[in-house]
Design a protein around this ligand. Structure first.
Ligand code: PBG
Length: 340
C-alpha cells in the first residue's frame, strides 16, 4: 500500500470492531440470500430418496420438486441448479439420453418453470450423467474425444434451452465448448440464455458424494480401463493457477457470461485471481458436495453450520458474487431469522 496507514496509539484498529453497529457499517463483505444458489438432485420414483454416505441431502422426484422449490422461493433463493440421476437402463456409451426432450432434467426444468416461473434455472452440461462409463465426454479409441464431445454438448445445450433452462452451465472442461455452445444458441434464437462456464473445474477428491448422488462414482472406477478411471485428461490439476486464468480468459472471449470456480474453498485463490484479473466478469463459487459433507459431518451440528457459513463468507471476501451450496435453504433460514 502506498498510503500511510497510521501507527498506534493514534490508530487503534479495535475502534471499528468495538460494537455490532460499527462492525456492520465497516464490513467489507457480507452474506445475503442473494448470494445463494440451490443445487437439487432429481430422481425417478425407482431411485432412492436418500443418498448413501451423504446424509442431509436428498434426491427429489418431479412430483416432490414443487415443495422444495416453493420453500426455496419463499426464502428468497433466486436460482436452482439441477442434477438428474439417470436410470441405469438409459445410460449408454453415446449418451443419447442427454438429447431426449423428455429426459429427467428437461422434465425437472419444465417443473421449475411451471411452479416458480421467476426462478433462474441452471442446467449442467456434460455427459457424465448419461454415459455408462461416467466420463464427461465420449470415449473414442480409448480416450475422451474433445470435438465429438463438443458437438454433442451443443445439442444437449439446445435440448435444455428448449425445455426452458435460463443458464447453460458446461461442466465438462472440453476445449472450445463455450464458443461452440454460444454459436448454436445464437443460431437458434436463444441469445437471451446465459452461459455459466465451469472455467476452473479442478480434478478434485471433493466430488465424492456427488458421484454417489448421481451414480457416477463406481461407474468411473469399474466401467473403464485403468488409465481412464479418473478425469485428469480434462479437469485442471490442483497444482495450477496460471492455467485456470488461461481457461477463464478463453471462456470470456468465447462468450461466457459468468465464470465458476469449483470446488470453491480449496481454490479461493482462483476466485480471487479471477475477480482481480477480470473485474467486470462475475465469478461464482461452487461449494461442492465434499466441502458440504466436511462441515455437516462435524459432531456439533450448529458448529458445523457456522463453519459452513464462514466458508461461504470467505468466498464472498475472495470476490465471488454468488455460491452454489447444498446448504442454501438452511443458510437462507438462518439469514431470515437474523442468525448470522
Ligand atoms: C461433472 C460434475 C461434477 C460435479 C458437478 N458436475 C464433478 C465430477 O463428477 O467430475 C460435482 C458437484 C459436487 O460435488 O457438488 N459434470
Amino acid at each position: 500500500m502506498s498510503y500511510f496507514l497510521g501507527n498506534f496509539p493514534a490508530t487503534r484498529l479495535r475502534r471499528t470492531r468495538s460494537a455490532p453497529w460499527i462492525r456492520r457499517l465497516t464490513a467489507e463483505s457480507s452474506l445475503t440470500v442473494d448470494d445463494l444458489i440451490l443445487p437439487i438432485f432429481v430422481r425417478d420414483p425407482d431411485t432412492p430418496h436418500e443418498i448413501r454416505n451423504f446424509p442431509g441431502v436428498f434426491r427429489y422426484t418431479i412430483n416432490e420438486l414443487p415443495a422444495v422449490l416453493e420453500h426455496a422461493a419463499k426464502l428468497g433463493i433466486q436460482a436452482v441448479a439441477l442434477f438428474p440421476y439417470t436410470p441405469e437402463n438409459l445410460r449408454s456409451d453415446d449418451a443419447q439420453e442427454a438429447l431426449n426432450p423428455e429426459n429427467l432434467l428437461c422434465r425437472a426444468i419444465r417443473q421449475v418453470k411451471y411452479h416458480v416461473p421467476h426462478m433462474g434455472i441452471i442446467a449442467d452440461i456434460a455427459l457424465d450423467l448419461y454415459t455408462t462409463h461416467a466420463h464427461d465426454g465420449l470415449v473414442l479409441n480409448g480416450s475422451i474425444d474433445n470435438d465429438e464431445t463438443v458437438a454433442l454438448l451443443c445439442r444437449q445445450s439446445l435440448n435444455v434451452a428448449e425445455a426452458g433452462a435460463t443458464v447453460i452451465a458446461p461442466s465438462d472442461m472440453m476445449d472450445g465448448r463455450i464458443g461452440a455452445i454460444r454459436r448454436i444458441l445464437d443460431t437458434h434464437s436463444f441469445h437471451d440464455r446465459l452461459i455459466l462456464s465451469y472455467a476452473a473445474k479442478y480434478d478434485s477428491n471433493f466430488y465424492g458424494p456427488y458421484r454417489e448422488a448421481v451414480g457416477t462414482g463406481t461407474r468411473l472406477k469399474s466401467n473403464n480401463p485403468k488409465e481412464l478411471t479418473d478425469k485428469k485428461t480434462y479437469q485442471l490439476s490442483t497444482s495450477n493457477s496460471e492455467e485456470a486464468l488461461r481457461e477463464g480468459a478463453q471462456d470470456i472471449i468465447e462468450g461466457a457470461d459468468i465464470l465458476m470456480v469449483k470446488p470453491a474453498l480449496p481454490y479461493l485463490d482462483i476466485i480471487q485471481r479471477y475477480t482481480q484479473e477480470y473485474p467486470a466478469v462475475p465469478v461464482f463459487g461452487f461449494q461442492v458436495t465434499g466441502e458440504y459433507a466436511l462441515f455437516k459431518s462435524y459432531p456439533d451440528y450448529e458448529q458445523g453450520e457456522n463453519m459452513l457459513i464462514e466458508s461461504l463468507l470467505s468466498m464472498k471476501r475472495a470476490g465471488a458474487r454468488a455460491m452454489l451450496t447444498y446448504g442454501a435453504i438452511d443458510v437462507a433460514e438462518r439469514l431470515k431469522n437474523g442468525g448470522i
